[in-house]
Design a protein around this ligand. Sequence first.
Ligand code: NAD
Length: 496
Amino acid sequence: MHKRVPLYINGEFFESKTDNWMDVTNPANGEKLSEVPFTTMDEMEMAVRAAKEAFQEWKNVPISERVRYFFKYQQLLKDNQDEIAKVLCQENGKNFEDGKGDVWRGIEVVEHACTAATHLMGETMENVARKIDSYSITQPLGVCAGITPFNFPAMIPLWMYPLAIVSGNTFILKPSEQDPLTPTMMTELFDQAGFPKGLLNVVHGGKEQVDFILEHKDIKAVSFVGSVPVGRHIYETGCKNMKRVQAFAGAKNHMVVMPDANKGQVINALAAASCGAAGQRCMAISVAVMVGESKAWIPEIKDKMATLTPGIWSEESSDYGPLISAKAKERVEMLISEGERDGAKILLDGRNYKVEGLEGHFVGPTLIDGATTEMSVYKEEIFGPVLVVLHAKDMDEALEIINNNPYGNGTSIYTSSGAAARKYQNEVAVGQVGINIPIPVPLPFFSFTGWRGSFYGDTHAYGKQAFKFYTETKTITSRWFEDEHAGPLNMTIRLK
Ligand code: NAD
């Protein structure tokens, strides 16, 4: 019997009483790794109660003490980076380099949590009126929750609970049911770091557990990362229940290739950014917009993509891994077929791809030319190793395509012209912009956002800005008396 995924509530790991369990498998070979519970509603309630009680103490713990726990936690995560990555690769399918990168990007957020004191400071102004001073303080919200996707099982949970908890909140994490072993391992290290009980509570499941979170009156804020339909549901339901919500959603990221770009860099960047991690990145490049004569490079892009070989994480030769599930593979292949049916040309076809000796959900690198902006292969987020090529006569036409796309997560331009780069960064309506960089994911001391359908809710999301998401500001105005018995802040009694 495989060890089942435990719940973590009030500082204890234990098995759920549910009779609803789902297999956790290695998507490269179908091997069963564990079983994940769909947490019962009583257990969900226990998690909220534990978080609510723990908040009463934790909110008054001095910031330097709170941060000290996180110094310890980041060291434990670093010491175990490779071990976490191995578990991650087995349940998610990423190759080892990508798995380590996933953990590392999360560790950087924990390091950022260690700088909380300066971000949580208030402001002061003396003499807002004669002998009256004002100052503001930031205070935590209470119980916060996070709902995370399968594609970054280390980094994305770490976007959330460290920043919420260091700000004085307590947290309920509901990670993806498809790869729950990575967050469980990170929770074990959280436990080892010696944090007080009840600060982090980890529950598992799907829609029913998420809806419980969205409707519970004691949960004040919800962070979500995942697909567009679920993101909209989280935003609408969370707001209806008067919660603070931030929902990072799907993407369709374009790379503009100007004819003056460095051809070798373009080819490498397009192959890696479209197929890396099997295209299962919200910042993957899924559309290349070839401007003018750069279209002559398409055959070489195809040749480069054709050299990429998917495989299992433990083989160094694997450029990328399988898709997360049979359903995901079926959907990617269906969208490629729809493109073909609609008249696009499949220059490189990854459908029905077989990796010798493995029964996993592999899709080969796929390159599609001749698509229009009306086709589903362009409009839908494919989330697979598929690059769609569009053509534009100049940058203005490229900008029009991109700014009319329903998503606005990431984009990139390759050019050797400073003027073109400046125009692009100024006019493109997208959250993260790369100039000669294919996947411009910011470090946590910047913010990560998304425009249009890629992001709903409170814009104080991720990194530096997240301290604002997880706190309220209180402004205090204080009158000073000259009476020696009054005490410096004794204002309420004498105010008329
Ligand atoms: P998903 O939306 O299927 O699942 C995300 C979370 O929501 C999971 O925890 C899941 O259990 C839960 N969930 C699923 N269906 C639900 C429902 N009907 N009601 C309530 N909760 C539900 O997403 P996924 O497939 O795990 O992740 C891939 C998606 O995430 C892609 O669309 C990708 O672009 C997006 N993503 C976005 C970002 C970003 O920063 N914008 C980052 C990573 C991933």
